[in-house]
Design a protein around this ligand. Structure first.
Ligand SMILES: Nc1ccn([C@@H]2O[C@H](COP(=O)(O)O)[C@@H](O)[C@H]2O)c(=O)n1
Ligand SMILES: C[C@@]1(CO)OP(=O)(O)OP(=O)(O)OC[C@H]1O
Length: 160
């Protein structure tokens, strides 16, 4: 029987009108918001895709279609907790997860502890198993031009 699984996820949202972004469930004041059906939390969306990918369960849009009005402005932590339940129902849990946010601004590092705490709570795992990092793209590409932000995630699953 396989004892571990691994998945990866990636998400992008363009900046739009607004005064904050939500990353890892943390509201961060910013001069732009993001264009999204939900709260546009790229950290959680990438993480959900990593968790779903580890069990070949499709992606976040399969489970939460952007055409469904129930997910309009939805707190993405709801999606993450749902993914945890899907895993648990199949006998798995997250072992550790690692997320990288890519944007010039907002600066993320000071918010990483609160983001990690949210993710750890929603996944039911220890803080030491949840990593959140950030990088600029050195002014290159769409993130470098400040057109949007991206996140990449990797999740290792272990038997519950
Ligand atoms: N949105 C961001 C981007 C980066 N950081 C922090 O700055 C450090 C340096 O970034 P480089 O892209 O120049 O390597 C990085 O290690 C992060 O700690 C950030 O907080 N928010
Ligand atoms: C999260 C969902 C929810 O309807 O919509 P968005 O907030 O637009 O985010 P996206 O990363 O495009 O993922 C698709 C959807 O599942």
């Amino acid at each position: 029987m396989t004892d571990i699984r691994v998945g990866q996820g990636y998400d992008v949202h363009a900046f739009g009108e607004g005064d904050h972004v939500v990353l890892g469930g943390v509201r961060i004041a910013h001069e732009r918001g993001v264009l999204a059906h939900s709260d546009g939390d790229v950290v959680i969306h990438a993480l959900c895709d990593a968790l779903l990918g580890a069990l070949a369960l499709g992606d976040i849009g399969v489970h939460f279609p952007p055409s469904d009005p129930r997910w309009k402005d939805c707190d993405s932590r709801h999606f993450l907790r749902h993914c945890r339940a899907l895993l648990a129902g199949r006998g798995w849990r997250a072992g550790n997860v690692d997320v990288t946010v890519v944007c010039e601004r907002p600066k993320v590092a000071a918010h990483a502890p609160a983001m990690r705490a949210n993710l750890a709570e929603d996944l039911g795992i220890g803080l030491d198993a949840v990593s959140v990092k950030a990088t600029t793209s050195e002014k290159l590409g769409f993130t470098g031009r400040g057109e949007g932000l991206a996140a990449m995630a990797v999740a290792l699953l272990v038997r519950a």
